[in-house]
Design a protein around this ligand. Structure first.
Ligand SMILES: Cc1cc2nc3c(=O)[nH]c(=O)nc-3n(C[C@H](O)[C@H](O)[C@H](O)COP(=O)(O)O)c2cc1C
Length: 214
């Protein structure tokens, strides 16, 4: 490595959280932050988040996926239902989503429970995807061991031939996962490492919040 890790240093000073003006629902604050981050330059794939899951033997795994839809109070991403992440979720629905947006020095961590989204949502989204991505969903046995790259290329050729000139159906093992939050934590970088943090949690059907030390 060329850079000395201990010399990598950044001061956070762009914005702050106004605790007097917090919306009562954390989803509203999520949407405000998302809009601000995406209309500001410097973040690629603003909808990318780190998803952590727990598998059947209690091992954790995190990976990046893309937020593709918000329905009422839930977040939806799409994946292969036989993948490691989906199988973990079907065994243990507890998940953690984490967004980091360096352009505005913001992080949001959401804990919640995940389930399959409706077939309607999966079908609608699958139809909206480019044909290449639709084919890819049929081709890839996500998270399974494969013998070679050529294995995928050969499968792609077969699937292309099968669906030539016709609409590609959604594979039954591919679709949406819907995450309903139990808590949200918003983090805004501040000078001297005295960052602003606010955590929303549900008390019966109402959202309440506390400020947290950085
Ligand atoms: C920027 C980015 C976006 C991604 N989006 C998705 C996604 O929306 N759905 C998905 O299944 N995998 C997505 N992936 C791939 C996952 O990170 C992961 O490699 C794959 O889903 C297999 O994960 P698993 O074996 O833990 O289930 C994305 C990766 C990156 C880097």
């Amino acid at each position: 490595m060329k850079k000395k890790l201990f010399e990598l240093r950044k001061s956070y000073d762009k914005l702050s959280i106004d605790f007097e003006k917090l919306p009562s629902h954390p989803m509203d604050l999520f949407k405000i932050w998302f809009d601000e981050v995406s209309s500001h330059e410097g973040v690629d794939e603003v909808n990318a988040f780190t998803l952590s899951t727990i598998n059947s033997i209690g091992d954790l795994r995190s990976r990046v996926v893309l937020l593709k839809k918000i329905v009422n109070e839930s977040f939806i991403f799409f994946t292969n239902y036989e993948s490691e992440k989906a199988q973990s979720i079907f065994h243990n629905p507890k998940v953690c989503m984490s967004f980091y947006w360096p352009n505005l020095e913001r992080q949001i961590i959401i804990n919640g429970k995940a389930i399959k989204s409706s077939k309607k949502i999966s079908d609608e989204y699958f139809k909206s995807r480019p044909r290449g991505s639709q084919l890819g969903a049929h081709v890839s046995p996500q998270s399974k061991e494969i013998p070679s790259k050529n294995f995928l290329i050969q499968r792609l050729k077969k699937i292309e031939k099968k669906y030539k000139g016709v609409e590609i159906p959604r594979p039954t093992n591919w679709g949406g996962i819907k995450i309903t939050p139990d808590s949200y934590e918003f983090w805004q970088g501040r000078p001297n490492r005295l960052h602003d943090r606010v955590k929303f949690f549900k008390v019966q059907s109402n959202w309440e919040y506390v400020k947290l030390a950085p």
